[in-house]
Design a binder for this molecule. Structure first.
Ligand SMILES: [Zn+2]
Ligand SMILES: [Zn+2]
Length: 232
């Protein structure tokens, strides 16, 4: 350990967010306590191998006017677990950015076990200028960056941007979000023959991920996959 690191640890000690043991934000014992999710269809919860959204679910969603552009969606664990909540809260609101690394490690394992891709373009949900003003980082971008560092087959794609809207998009609109005009624009090169993985921290209805997928769809002939840390 370098002198600088020793000093940092002395003045700002790291402690496990779950059991308060010193030296890391999540000790190995508590890491093992996170109950990892099985790989299933995001919509009906039926077990499958690659996290594909099953065709029956796609059919019923279509009947309700919800068209899915995400082919596969995986997550590491359920958010309702106390440890998972502490990790996200400390990252998002406590500014403990090292937690992004712990989360990226979990996600990388899940991606390796399920998608097993030779290469992939990694996308993340871009933050709006309003969000940028409130916080100096975007947790999805941070996790995506760390993920790419852990996996040399991945390339971080920063060419997805958020359109400016006059009207604020609040959580009250979540249900309607499916039918909102697409908030994303892709400004990069063609994605033909590229595997695509969209990364985020938490998935609830999947509407935002689906909007990103819809935006990217015209640029690719391959499947569009989602990989998020926790499912709420
Ligand atoms: Zn612990
Ligand atoms: Zn299903």
């Amino acid at each position: 350990m370098s002198m600088k690191q020793k000093l940092i640890n002395f003045f700002f000690p790291k402690y496990c967010l779950n059991c308060q043991k010193l030296n890391s934000w999540l000790c190995n014992d508590c890491l093992k306590k996170i109950k990892l999710s099985k790989t299933t269809c995001f919509l009906c919860g039926k077990n499958n191998k690659f996290g594909e959204i099953c065709s029956i679910c796609l059919y019923y969603q279509g009947e309700k006017g919800k068209e899915w552009y995400i082919n596969n969606l995986i997550w590491t664990a359920l958010y309702r677990q106390k440890i998972c909540k502490s990790l996200i809260t400390s990252l998002k609101y406590g500014g403990v950015i090292e937690i992004a690394d712990i989360l990226a490690k979990l996600l990388n394992e899940k991606i390796k076990d399920t998608y097993n891709l030779k290469d992939a373009e990694i996308f993340y949900i871009p933050s709006s200028s309003r969000q940028k003003k409130l916080r100096d980082f975007n947790q999805a971008q941070l996790i995506a960056k760390k993920l790419v560092k852990k996996n040399s087959n991945f390339n971080l794609n920063n060419n997805l941007i958020l359109k400016k809207f006059k009207q604020k998009q609040t959580s009250k609109n979540i249900k309607k979000r499916w039918h909102n005009p697409n908030q994303f624009i892709y400004q990069g090169k063609s994605l033909q023959n590229k595997n695509i993985i969209i990364v985020d921290d938490i998935v609830t209805s999947g509407a935002t991920l689906n909007q990103v997928a819809k935006c990217l769809k015209p640029y690719t002939n391959k499947k569009i996959r989602g990989a998020v840390i926790f499912k709420s």
